[in-house]
Design a protein around this ligand. Structure first.
Ligand code: PLP
Length: 365
């Protein structure tokens, strides 16, 4: 077998198709799937989402223009990032985007000033403590601020239609969705007291990936979430539309990352194995302590003796550590390949996250 030049991401369309089949369970239960394109914007994957009739959760005008150029339907795009640039809001409105999330009064004003007949969606806080990546530190109206927001909506006749939350990315505790739905219920009940009817529920992303043996299969999460939603629907007959916005769960397992061993320092404890990829050039989540499953390409050889290595990136930075303790063959040597498994989510997108350009540099003399 001829091995490719490394580092390289290897995308598997069949896995993408399998994921879509699984997530179609939501469509069958009248829940729209809006793929969170921030996780992975590889064109074949995005096109598959469009073919599957999925909508999109977007966070920038660049993401909007990209999905529209591939044929996405503007009525199935939710600008769910709670803070948006005014230029992005204006341009999105020109493209016919209607769904906008907010978690502050400033954001409501920005949307109301720049969009005709928007569909406003309040992002409320949710418990993110069982997620690998906590989003509640930055996002979500807390219950003590519900009255302030609803007061504003009531007084200014703001077209508030929906409520949304995010339980945090890679959330392994399924009951997080149950408690988040309780939070949504509290918000809906209070809104009713102001005479405001909430008819849209967006339950965000967060479904975890089986990066290792400690996480259950996504089917388990899908079925449980469906049960919670069923009960929620029974209690809330006014809810006309329900949306889920998976990113990681639809993309991570589609892609592995192949790297090569370029140095081994046996004198370190544990021995340090250096690869031809750095976390700054395509694998940023280990910087937040996140660990991928890594295997040597010839791991399948029976009865190989294994030992622990610290796997590091190529850069000159001490924090460039891919995995602190990684069991690999004792016989591993420079030139051998490693497969970083399920590296399709939140990896190469950081080259220009949300498809945004880096600031230019100018010489101010
Ligand atoms: C608003 C929103 N929806 C959906 C997602 C996707 O989350 P995940 O990749 O955990 O499914 C994110 C991720 O940050 C998000 O901010």
């Amino acid at each position: 077998m001829k091995l490719p030049k490394t580092p390289i991401y290897q995308y598997k369309q069949k896995t993408c198709d399998r994921n879509i089949k699984e997530f179609n369970t939501f469509l069958k239960n009248k829940i729209d799937v809006y793929y969170a394109i921030k996780a992975n914007n590889y064109e074949p994957l995005v096109k598959s989402m469009i073919e599957a009739n999925y909508g999109f959760d977007v966070a920038s005008i660049e993401e909007i223009e990209y999905v529209l150029s591939l044929g996405a339907d503007p009525s199935k795009i939710s600008f769910s990032a709670p803070t948006k640039l005014v230029r992005d809001i204006k341009q999105a409105a020109k493209y016919g985007i209607k769904q906008f999330a907010f978690d502050s009064i400033i954001e409501i004003d920005k949307i109301m000033k720049n969009v005709k007949d928007p569909i406003l969606i309040a992002r409320i806080t949710a418990n993110n403590s069982d997620a690998a990546f906590n989003l509640s530190v930055k996002f979500g109206i807390t219950p003590e601020h519900y009255p302030e927001i609803l007061e504003k909506v009531y007084k200014d006749k703001i077209p508030l239609k929906g409520v949304t939350f995010h339980v945090g990315s890679q959330n392994t505790s399924v009951t997080s969705w149950r408690s988040a739905l309780r939070g949504a219920q509290d918000f809906i009940n209070l809104a009713q007291e102001y005479g405001i009817n909430i008819s849209l529920l967006n339950i965000g992303g967060g479904i975890p990936v089986q990066y290792n043996g400690y996480v259950r299969h996504s089917k388990y999460y899908i079925n449980k979430i469906l049960q919670y939603i069923e009960r929620f629907r029974e209690r809330n007959r006014n809810i006309e539309k329900i949306i889920i916005e998976p990113g990681r769960a639809l993309s991570a397992n589609t892609t592995d990352l192949l790297v090569k061993v370029v140095n081994i320092k046996e004198y370190k404890n544990p021995p340090l194995l250096i690869t031809d990829l750095s976390v700054f050039n395509g694998l940023i989540e280990p910087l937040e302590g996140f660990e991928y499953d890594i295997e040597a390409l010839d791991d399948h050889k029976p009865r190989q003796k294994l030992k622990y290595y610290k796997v590091a990136g190529l850069s000159c930075d001490g924090c460039d550590i891919i995995k602190k303790k990684c069991l690999l063959p004792k016989s591993i040597k420079v030139g051998d390949y490693l497969r970083i498994k399920q590296a399709g989510a939140y990896t190469f997108v950081y080259k220009n996250f949300h498809m945004r350009e880096f600031p230019k540099i100018v010489n101010i003399k």
